[in-house]
Design a protein around this ligand. Structure first.
Ligand code: FES
Length: 259
């Protein structure tokens, strides 16, 4: 029996996870990019391979909700897996951890599912509506969509993870899109990023533990004359300095506390 050993320190995103599984189980690299294909291969390999997760906390911190979906895919595919070093701790990313993942109200999906569940080729529309409703694609919604449409969870995740427009982590009340495009970069975007990180303690693609701010570094917001620029939700902030940036974030925090 072959064993794929997943070492958290070597895997920092979904693609790397797929690639690691694919490589260690001798699957062609192509399959590492598509969860659906990976699922099919794992199903075929049922009983002939096993997966060992050597540093579960690190892997879970890196993959967020996707960690649970990985375990479900392994279970669905009948592949045995072993989790080791549950107590081992490493620096965790300040993402919203999957174990604290908030329960979502699945009834909000009903109008969308009533409209699209039986329409062929509508999976992307359903996922887009799901993201509009929750701000991301919650893993529980994936399983709910699966029940209503008949598409397997692996297929839905395969489609969703293929497109970069879909997010799998809850985002904060304020989504900061910080530009590091050329104009912003030459006008000091790095110093702005440093100010955000200092003020909030988060890096790119992370959310503050209180769920208030999420940070996403982007390449151009289309208003280069205002560089350096960031957008927070629908509002654009230009000609930023580190001090101005800190003040904006403090004002928003006050605003949120006053609500
Ligand atoms: S480069 Fe930052 S807005 Fe265009």
């Amino acid at each position: 029996m072959k064993t794929a050993i997943l070492n958290g320190s070597e895997i920092d995103n979904r693609e790397a996870l797929h690639a690691a599984l694919a490589e260690q189980l001798d699957f062609p690299p192509y399959y590492g990019k598509n969860l659906d294909a990976l699922y099919d291969l794992l199903t075929e390999a049922r009983g002939a391979c096993a997966v060992r997760i050597e540093d579960a906390p690190a892997l879970e911190a890196q993959l967020g909700d996707y960690y649970r979906s990985l375990l479900r895919v392994l279970e669905d595919a009948g592949v045995s897996y072993e989790i080791q070093n549950q107590q081992k701790t490493r620096r965790r990313k300040q993402i919203v951890p999957s174990c604290n993942h908030p329960a979502v109200d699945l009834t909000l999906l009903e109008p969308t599912l009533a409209q699209y569940a039986s329409v062929k080729g509508s999976l992307i529309s359903i996922l887009q509506k799901t993201q509009e409703i929750y701000g991301y694609v919650p893993i529980d919604a994936v399983y709910h969509i699966s029940q209503r449409t008949g598409a397997s969870p692996a297929k839905i995740l395969g489609v969703a993870t293929f497109y970069s427009q879909f997010r799998f982590q809850a985002i904060g009340k304020y989504l900061i899109m910080l530009c590091k495009g050329t104009a912003c970069y030459v006008n000091g975007a790095d110093r702005i990023l440093e100010a955000v990180t200092d003020e909030l303690g988060i890096h790119d693609n992370e959310t503050t533990p209180d769920g208030l701010f999420s940070l996403s570094v982007v390449s151009c917001l289309g208003c280069c004359s205002l560089a350096p620029v960031m957008m927070i939700n629908d509002r654009t902030y230009g000609s930023l300095t580190p001090d101005k940036t800190r003040q904006i974030l403090r004002d928003l925090r006050k605003e949120a506390e006053a609500e």
